[in-house]
Design a protein around this ligand. Structure first.
Ligand code: ATP
Ligand code: MG
Length: 753
């Protein structure tokens, strides 16, 4: 029996026990929102609600897995197994597979990742003879994605005078046309991109009321985590599904809304109040995750944002260490210091490496951190960035797998039609594309009907194309019978990929082979688990899991006892004992483009709040005074966010330099466009009974125990002990008026009389 009384506080218990009707939980970081959802599901199950009637939506697959595990420990594995729990994308792709034919797709549709989408856009831009410097794939995809997440289909986009005139003003009048072709080509290829999974679900529920009703009836209870980061498309799906039973519980924190660039809307929280007038509001105020120092420091930051729902968060945990700021002269030194600190703390406290996380604003920052950790032999795992599944050899093999399932998948076909080389050149491929477009069919359909277009290619080329078609058809037959592992092994062999890689003995070649083996291991793993749990172990099921991986999903679950490296965005919802926030520099964090608009700056500040509140015990922030950025050296200033933390919570005395704008040696400055950040330069020295004119500064290295020193904030104090070396040298000082403090001597400005 779950101990709902002892494992939850009163407010949490209320949110867990009142399972019926709409409930909104708005609360700060670490206050147990996710715990409430978990226990609420456990409660429902223990009350006898069948698992398959509960829909729980999480932000990442990993979060879903962890919640599932926890629920299983609370109410037993067999009870928890059939929950409909996962990300929006994975749950609704599952539903779409069942219903696809209503929308003109087959149930074997494949899913494009963002690289596939960009490649498709690139080829459309080329076909339309547009300038690819104006219509950059990333940019165009961003606009299409934003439109989809606001449920604006290609046709509506073209008809919206407001949108198209904005594109006109941005000198990109052809976006609507690209969107139209993009959508048509996706449909023809029987593929959906990530945003389609949500958009098509909305279309399904809008156009097929009986299907909507089926799912409305199916799900008695709906729960959503991280609600502040849902977009309009997700909001509407939930609203429609909940219409029938209205047993919906959403939890979120407006202060952690960090995905507006992907269309997330804080308004969804406000809409909840209008959509469900009789809703129960639940406030959780106690943070169980972090020390009081961390909670108070985070509150001192977020209180600077104007736009927020007022709420309190406090911690009854111990006060803990102050937040440390480490300065480095270069990004390399920053990496070195972080690795050294991790090593030192892990030694001193016998802490495992999985209790450390290094968080950064951009993926590019991981490389230097990785180098330094490697040099110190500290094991680590990196999330996001160029992940395993983005590597060339893996994408090649996956493309074969995709084509095996869905022969119309154009990006997959283009990728491998001549890999490994089989003498089908670019001219032939261009010809195929052109003719396929002319007849408005997929390239595959054309391959199956070569004899109907005589003269399109030579007889020898036609023979090569036919062999390729037969190869794939053979794979499709295998996939029908065998499980995913057997099928993938056969494909890796028979496609020629294994042989192609076997001849390359350079370290890169060896690592490519290892990666292929690693993928085969992953498929094997998948099949074994699926078999054990009585789930589908065929290729489409495996591919689905791969396509829906998010940045936060580690590919290898056994990756334990390693330092975690990830962007702050990916760290949402997670917790670690020790958190390093690196690259605390102007133009990096806050990001350069965000300082122009107050709302963007507020989002960066929320991101900083998320970063701080990941830590249970200790936060260490670092910044470098010189850094390589896009191949050039820049000389950044410390982030304004450091100075925004109430200095009371900072270890040592941090004097932020005034960010002067446009310091980058290369590229234009941004002087004049930006309001100067409001940073307090020097705290006032208030020591009434000391003649400050007689004070002289003293270097940290000259300080010894027993000495009387003067600190600008804390006044006179006696040095008790000295600890650490170099940049980590610290002094424990007793200040009669402020108590005992630990000062990092590298930063502490100290004086003697
Ligand atoms: P975030 O906003 O970062 O997503 P959250 O509000 O979802 O945070 P949780 O992750 O659910 O917070 O909880 C934070 C930590 O506090 C977890 O380790 C959780 O187990 C613990 N916790 C929450 N409530 C309690 C409680 N009543 N007793 C003991 N521990 C708790
Ligand atoms: Mg949470």
């Amino acid at each position: 029996m779950v101990d709902f009384i002892n494992e939850l506080n009163e407010n949490q218990r209320e949110a867990v026990m009142n399972t019926d009707g709409p409930t909104l939980v708005i609360a700060g970081a670490g206050s147990g929102k996710t715990r409430v959802l978990t226990y609420r599901i456990a409660n429902l199950l223990s009350k006898g609600v069948p698992a398959y009637r509960i829909l729980a939506l999480t932000f990442t697959n990993k979060a879903a897995r962890e919640m599932q595990k926890r629920i299983a420990t609370l109410v037993g594995q067999s009870n928890a197994a059939n929950l409909w729990m996962g990300t929006f994308h994975s749950i609704f792709s599952k539903i779409l597979r069942v219903e696809a034919e209503n929308l003109g797709y087959t149930s074997n549709f494949t899913i494009y990742d963002s690289q596939d989408s960009k490649n498709l856009i690139k080829s459309i831009v080329k076909d339309l003879k547009l300038d690819d410097k104006v219509y950059k794939p990333n940019d165009v995809l961003g606009r299409i994605s934003m439109a989809k997440n606001n449920l604006i289909v290609a046709q509506a986009y073209a008809q919206s005078a407001k949108i198209t005139s904005a594109d006109q003003a941005a000198k990109k009048p052809k976006i609507s046309e690209i969107y139209k072709y993009y959508q048509a080509r996706c449909k023809q290829s029987d593929v959906m991109d990530f945003d389609d999974l949500l958009l098509q679900t909305n279309i399904l529920f809008r156009d097929f009321p009986e299907i909507l009703e089926k799912y409305q009836n199916k799900f008695d209870y709906i729960l959503v985590d991280e609600y502040q980061d849902t977009n309009y498309s997700q909001y509407l799906i939930i609203k429609k599904l909940a219409e029938q039973h209205k047993n919906i519980c959403v939890v979120g924190d407006d202060a952690q809304s960090i995905y507006s660039f992907r269309g997330a809307r804080i308004e969804n929280i406000l809409n909840f109040r209008n959509d469900y007038p009789g809703y129960k509001l639940c406030k959780l105020e106690q943070n169980y995750r972090s020390t009081t120092t961390i909670v108070d420091a985070a509150n001192s930051i977020i209180s600077r944002n104007k736009e927020q729902i007022p709420k309190k968060t406090f911690s009854q945990n111990e006060e803990g260490d102050k937040i440390r700021v480490m300065k480095a002269l270069s990004d390399k030194e920053e990496g070195f210091q972080v690795a050294q600190e991790i090593f030192r703390i892990s030694q001193n406290e016998q802490a495992d490496f999985n209790h450390f996380a290094i968080l950064y604003r951009t993926n590019a920052q991981s490389r230097i951190m990785e180098e330094s950790l490697r040099k110190r032999n500290i094991p680590y795992k990196v999330y996001g960035g160029l992940s395993f599944y983005q590597r060339k050899e893996i994408k090649d093999l996956i493309a074969y797998l995709r084509l095996t399932i869905n022969q119309n998948d154009e990006e997959a076909l283009k990728r491998i039609i001549n890999y490994p080389r089989r003498g089908i050149g670019d001219t032939t491929i261009d010809k195929l594309k052109e003719v396929a477009q002319h007849y408005n069919v997929s390239i595959w359909t054309l391959l199956c009907n070569l004899n109907k277009v005589p003269g399109m290619v030579s007889a020898t080329t036609a023979a090569k194309l036919t062999r390729f078609r037969q190869l794939i058809e053979g794979f499709t037959e295998i996939a029908k019978e065998d499980n995913a592992y057997e099928t993938t092994c056969r494909i890796a062999q028979a496609s020629g990929i294994k042989e192609d890689l076997s001849s390359d003995d350079t370290p890169e070649g060896v690592s490519r082979r290892e990666n292929i083996d690693e993928l085969l291991n992953a498929v094997k793993d998948f099949c074994e688990t699926a078999y054990k749990e009585g789930r589908d172990d065929k290729l489409p099921a495996f591919l689905e899991g791969v396509a829906l991986l998010t940045d936060q999903d580690s590919e290898k679950p056994e990756d334990n006892n390693k330092v975690t490296l990830m962007t702050i965005h990916s760290a949402k919802g997670l917790e670690f004992e020790n958190v390093f926030i690196v690259g605390m520099e102007e133009e990096l964090f806050p990001a350069q483009q965000s300082v122009y608009t107050p709302s963007a700056l507020e989002e960066e500040r929320r991101l900083f709040y998320v970063a701080l509140t990941r830590a249970e015990k200790r936060v260490i922030m670092t910044y470098a005074t010189s850094r390589y950025k896009n191949g050039n050296v820049v000389y950044p200033q410390p982030s304004r966010f450091i100075a925004e933390i109430d200095p009371h919570y900072l270890d040592g005395f941090f004097t932020p330099a005034r960010p002067s704008m446009g310091r980058s040696l290369n590229g234009p400055g941004i002087q004049g466009k930006v309001a100067r950040p409001n940073i307090t330069l020097q705290p006032k020295v208030e020591v009434p009974d000391i003649d400050t004119s007689k004070l002289v500064p003293i270097n940290g290295d000259q300080i010894i125990p027993g000495m009387v020193i003067f600190h600008p904030n804390f006044g006179p104090g006696k040095v008790i002990s000295i600890d650490g070396l170099g940049v980590n040298k610290k002094a424990k000082v007793m200040f009669p008026k402020h108590g005992q403090k630990v000062l990092l001597l590298k930063f502490a400005k100290l004086y003697v009389q």
